[in-house]
Design a protein around this ligand. Structure first.
Ligand code: UDP
Ligand code: LCN
Length: 802
């Protein structure tokens, strides 16, 4: 595309010039993709230039994410396809154009913010560290890193084995637990010895009963050089031996994955999630407390089950442990967040362990603070946590999983010190949620402290051994939209840092592993036997009841279907937008009632500024549009089973779920509603674009065009009135989609396999990694720590002034 574009510009200088002049005349220094396209179409229409609409220039404009314009220059960043960028500039006087480097493009953007062009800025570029590591090349491979690595390993092994490389042998010898070795012992000293031992081992086992146990054959196998870990029963041990023998003979990626996934190496897992309120009950809907908590609680249950299964199958009798590391909150607002330890219900050995945030002088911070303000406390938190974990486990953990920017940074700090495999899960990277959050960081820093957050993100995503994402778009977006991780590949924060290559989405560390909806809680409305009908009285009262001080609105016509939404009351969730769409659409008001669950009814019940503003906005909308007879708002926290039954109660009434967020990284409510059989309309910005197949398992809506979205919803209900089967088709489509794609069982299996394979990869590339890690360590100490320290000082000054 770029070559044909450059030729086109060269050959059509006058036409290109007058189009670009038209962009310039808008007076905007920065124009985004949709603005550029609208302006372009307008230009073609007013100049009767239809030919231009079909030119390489049109293609380029359609794929330009941003234009930066200050005479005599116009710069464009063109993204012809996922994760591919070109930067070019056009000179208005000479009417010439050329491709420029990313650094030059970012430097030009910095000029828009009036930074001194002669100032040298810190450039972050991880390209030199990539030289040792294989990268994928096809955009469809993005997010399937482990498959790629397995293929690479198998071909590398094939040649290395021929050269007598003993990597596998060395790796098999590092495993053990509590002083007991697993897999092989020193009787086997080289590859030929290993192959021989496998052959004699298999011959010996062929004469044993398939259901004989490891103990029955241990004495003989140990003399040959084998230790526990190959299987509980003889048939499993034979299977493991033959998998390895096949690999040593002719490495194959499928066998490699299967074999590595069997090596017992995961017994203790730490899951880090410091911010918000982390507890099992009574927290969802509190500030900074939503899907991440639900995700982790479901994740640990599935993970423990799978770990126990695997350990058992491999013949070991070790009880795995999972610790969720979070913040201890002395002022816990009626939750259990002030307790040091909380056992997770329905598990054998999973606990929440809470560590407080401490100020510089060691005093404990008593109250909740926003996730945007936690940066100064994380290093102290990680050191205290490390001591606590080591004391509890008596050994290093085998895997540390970070969650969100703060948890990921703590995971980095702990994994680096302990030398443990690190996995990161972003849940939601804030960078793409806020327009120009990097370029105009200085204007937002007082409130959001993105200087700390984006720096921490860069460090954590680069130290991580592997990264799990819920969707493809989270990594690399779509043809039209930049991915959340992709947005870290290059960006500038004027006056602070210019990132030339912050992350490469073709890195095989990325893996899509989607979460699920807890099938015991979120199941189809038609599954009458499982239904919690005992809760219907409570639901009746919640939705229609009078005299509750945690609700507003009494519904006048109770027989109508509902449109329903539930979310934390953040601006980005756009619940206020949904209420406004409803309020201003007569058809919707005629056809449905609206139910929203979120936040609190009284602003003084909230400690969060943004939430208070949303609460007041909701009340204003009620008053302005006389909504009390048609909109029910529950400002209360619902227990999980009640939420599950609520979705189904509404499905009984042939209702629909709406997720109207301006951006939603994944959207657990979307899969919960779908699993319950509620037809779902969800934002097209973020995860729901991938979760829902439009028209089959739900609908996409554009939160920026509320009038269109509300018409879409009204059309749906009108059609369902005439053709009730339409509702059933969408309901079934939603149920099928979740059952086929979003289950925790699949998640746990995949996560554990990834840990084993990346564990081997980490072992194999240890030396090369040290270079990157040293660079990132310096970045942490010289950039992030001072930023966080300044934030702490500022907070202290503000407190003194107050
Ligand atoms: N939730 C809830 N009550 C509320 C708001 C949310 O129980 O008032 C639950 C909801 O069922 C879902 C989670 O919190 O499981 C929200 O997750 P989602 O991924 O939709 O959004 P997040 O809050 O993580 O941005
Ligand atoms: C955070 C979010 O914002 C949601 O979109 C996700 O569903 C949730 O975390 C769980 O990953």
């Amino acid at each position: 595309m770029i070559n044909s574009l450059m030729t086109y510009i060269q050959e059509n200088r006058a036409a290109v010039y007058s189009l670009f002049r038209c962009f310039q005349e808008t007076g905007k220094k920065l124009m985004l993709r949709t603005e550029l396209w609208d302006e372009f179409e307008h230009y073609c229409r007013t100049t009767n230039n239809d030919k231009l609409l079909d030119s390489p220039l049109a293609k380029a404009i359609a794929h330009t994410q941003e234009a930066a314009i200050v005479a005599p220059w116009l710069y464009l960043d063109v993204r012809p396809r996922v994760a591919q960028w070109h930067y070019l500039r056009f000179h208005f006087e000479t009417m010439t154009s050329e491709e420029v480097s990313v650094s030059e493009f970012l430097g030009f953007k910095e000029g828009l913010i009036n930074t001194d062009p002669n100032d040298r800025i810190l450039e972050i570029d991880l390209t030199p560290f990539e030289r040792h590591f294989p990268k994928m090349t096809q955009s469809r491979s993005i997010g399937h890193g482990v498959e790629f690595l397995n293929r690479r390993f198998s071909s590398r092994l094939a040649s290395d084995l021929a050269k007598g490389d003993e990597l596998i042998l060395a790796f098999l010898k590092v495993h053990g637990y509590g002083g007991l070795p697993f897999m092989i012992n020193d009787t086997i000293s080289n590859m030929a010895g290993l192959q021989q031992a496998l052959r004699t081992g298999m011959e010996y086992l062929a004469d044993q009963a398939g259901d004989a146990t490891w103990q029955d054959v241990a004495a003989t196998l140990q003399l040959m050089g084998f230790e526990p870990g190959w299987g509980r029963r003889v048939d499993r041990i034979i299977d493991s031996f033959s998998l390895l023998a096949d690999i040593l003979e002719a490495p194959d990626h499928g066998a490699l994955e299967q074999f590595f996934s069997r090596i017992p190496m995961i017994f203790n897992v730490i899951i880090v999630s410091p911010h918000g309120y982390f507890a099992q009950d009574n927290v969802l809907g509190l500030p900074d407390t939503g899907g991440q908590v639900v995700y982790i609680l479901d994740q640990v249950r599935a993970l423990e089950k799978e770990m126990r299964n695997r350990i058992h199958e491999q013949g070991l009798d070790i009880e795995p442990q999972i610790i969720i590391l979070t913040r201890l909150l002395p002022e816990s607002e009626g939750t259990t967040c002030n307790q040091v330890e909380e056992k997770i219900n329905g598990t054998q050995n999973v606990k929440i362990v809470r560590i407080p945030f401490r100020s510089k002088d060691g005093t404990v911070l008593p109250q909740w603070i926003s996730r945007f303000e936690i940066w100064p406390y994380l290093e102290r938190f990680s050191l205290e946590a490390e001591k606590e974990i080591m004391a509890r486990l008596g050994r290093r953990p085998d895997l540390i999983i970070g969650n969100y920017s703060d948890g990921n940074l703590v995971a980095t700090l702990m994994s680096q010190r302990l030398g443990v495999t690190q996995c990161t899960i972003a849940h939601a990277l804030e960078k793409t949620k806020y327009l120009y959050s990097a370029l105009y960081w200085q204007e937002m820093d007082d409130q959001y402290h993105f200087s700390c957050q984006f720096t921490a993100d860069l460090i954590a995503m680069n130290t991580a051994d592997f990264i799990i994402t819920s969707t493809y778009q989270e990594i690399a977006g779509s043809d039209n939209m930049v991915g959340q991780y992709e947005s870290y590949s290059s960006f500038t924060m004027p006056g602070l840092q210019r990132v030339i290559n912050g992350i490469n989405v073709y890195d095989p560390k990325f893996n899509i592993v989607s979460p699920g909806a807890d099938a015991d809680v979120y199941f189809p409305y038609s599954d009458t036997e499982q239904r919690l009908s005992g809760l219907h009285g409570d639901l009746q009262d919640l939705i229609f009841g009078d005299g509750r001080d945690d609700s507003r609105g009494i519904l006048a016509e109770q027989d109508k279907p509902f449109i329903f939404s539930m979310a934390r009351l953040d601006h980005i969730k756009n619940l206020t937008g949904l209420v406004e769409w409803y309020a201003t659409n007569d058809r919707l008001r005629r056809l449905t009632n609206l139910l929203i669950v979120g936040g609190a009814i009284h602003p003084d019940q909230s400690s969060d500024n943004e939430e208070r503003q949303q609460i007041m906005r909701l009340h204003a909308l009620y008053d302005e549009h006389s909504l009390d007879g048609q909109v029910r708002w529950l400002g209360t926290r619902l227990e999980k089973n009640l939420t599950g039954e609520l979705y189904r109660f509404l499905a009984d009434r042939r209702s629909a779920f709406i997720q109207p967020a301006f951006f939603e990284a994944f959207g657990l409510t979307v899969i919960e509603a779908m699993a319950s059989g509620l037809p779902t309309f969800a934002t097209r910005y973020g995860g729901p674009l991938e979760i829902i197949k439009h028209g089959v398992s739900g609908f996409h809506i554009n939160p920026n065009h509320g009038d269109e979205a509300s018409e879409q919803i009204a059309d749906f209900f009108e059609r369902c009135q005439k053709e009730p089967e339409h509702w059933y088709a969408l309901s079934q489509g939603a149920i099928n989609r979740v059952q086929e794609h979003y289950t925790w069982k699949r998640y746990a299996k995949r996560l554990l396999s990834l840990t084993c394979i990346y564990g081997f990869w980490k072992y194999a590339t240890n030396l090369q990694r040290q270079e990157t890690n040293r660079y990132l360590e310096m970045f942490y100490h010289l950039q992030l720590k001072p930023l966080a320290a300044r934030l702490e000082e500022k907070k202290l000054e503000n407190r003194i002034q107050d």
